[in-house]
Design a protein around this ligand. Structure first.
Ligand code: P6P
Length: 330
């Protein structure tokens, strides 16, 4: 029988109470960031519901349009984008919203009108996997607005080190949010019965090592030679390959179990496929906050200086020992 006192000290913390407790640690905090995270939480719950009903509501499949990347937009990409815009759009502290699905950032208000933060996101990363019920996710990154910069794209083109918060919501076998506001990574699971994200892990640490590598080996012939040499090492060293083809799922598994996730340059995507500002940078912040590492080419991912909103970079992230092993080869 668990002692009565123990239960008292095992707080049942929701995302809301967690965010308010974190805010209380910073006397200068105004609550603006808390409001943004609350809006992201509402968007996540709403998207989770739509994802689970996608086939029932007949919203799988193509929307009939292309995004700025020339990629076919799926109905659920557009739906998720609209949900996030509706949840975040009226938050008074947001200056700029930038989405994978929109060519240009949306300037909501200037610094002088209270625009304090920029929120960048991939509304439904991996959505091409939805018809096969694979885990997909929303990735988000929050940076401070630059009051001196009038141009929307230049405002959001900030190095990842300037992020104030980052995270993802994984719509998988359960709906999981991993979030950092710069003081470690906390994990929440949506309890659908009460409609609340409940905190299940605090100050998460990625395992130092892990013999699981995650990469699309179909592209191996066009990887730079160093990556091919690493794969030969992994194949002959008893490593396990796990690749879902949905970044949020692959990164979440890497965070929980350790190992390494890679999307190298390929013939089709010589700069890599994943986008710096709303995929690589938020994942890099989470990894580093959990004791992991993230590189894009020779640079620490978060030190890459962006020059375009939809800029792509190679990605190598995960357990420090495994990232170091890959870097030995490349
Ligand atoms: P490939 C999904 O389309 C995505 O953007 C990421 O979620 C995922 O990591 C990557 O692309 C998969 O790309 O070329 O292996 O199918």
């Amino acid at each position: 029988m668990q002692h009565e006192d123990d239960l008292v000290h095992q707080n049942l913390m929701s995302l809301q109470t967690h965010v308010l407790a974190e805010e209380a640690k910073h006397p200068s905090a105004t609550g603006d960031l808390s409001w943004i995270i609350s809006a992201i939480s509402l968007a996540g719950k709403t998207i989770a519901n739509k994802v689970r009903r996608a086939r029932l509501d007949d919203v799988l499949g193509a929307h009939g349009t292309e995004n700025v990347q020339g990629e076919e937009q799926l109905k659920m990409d557009v739906i998720a984008n609209e949900i996030i815009m509706r949840c975040l759009g009226d938050r008074a502290s947001i200056a700029v919203l930038a989405s994978e699905e929109d060519e240009e950032p949306r300037i909501l208000r200037r610094s002088g009108d209270g625009g304090k933060y920029c929120v960048l996101f991939d509304p439904l990363d991996g959505s091409s996997n939805l018809d096969s019920c694979v885990g997909v996710g929303t990735i988000f990154s929050v940076t401070l607005n630059d009051p001196e910069e009038a141009d929307g794209e230049r405002t959001v083109c900030q190095a990842g080190t300037r992020q104030v918060a980052a995270g993802y919501i994984l719509y998988g076998s359960s709906t999981v949010m991993c979030l950092t506001t710069g003081d470690g990574v906390d994990m929440f699971v949506l309890d659908q019965a009460i409609g609340s994200f409940l905190r299940v892990r605090t100050k998460m640490r990625i395992p130092e090592k892990g013999t699981t590598y995650s990469i699309n080996e179909a592209n191996a012939e066009t990887f730079p030679e160093g990556y091919q040499n690493y794969l030969r090492f992994a194949h002959s060293s008893g490593y396990t390959s796990r690749y879902i083809g949905s970044m949020v799922s692959d990164v979440h598994r890497t965070l929980i179990r350790g190992g390494v996730f890679l999307y190298p340059p390929t013939a089709k995507n010589p700069d890599g496929k994943l986008r710096l500002l709303y995929e690589a940078n938020p994942m890099a912040m989470l990894m580093e906050q959990a004791g992991g590492e993230s590189f894009s080419g020779d640079l620490r991912t978060m030190e890459v200086q962006p020059d375009r909103l939809h800029q792509r970079v190679p990605v190598l992230l995960g357990s420090p020992a495994e990232v170091a092993k890959v870097r030995e080869f490349i």
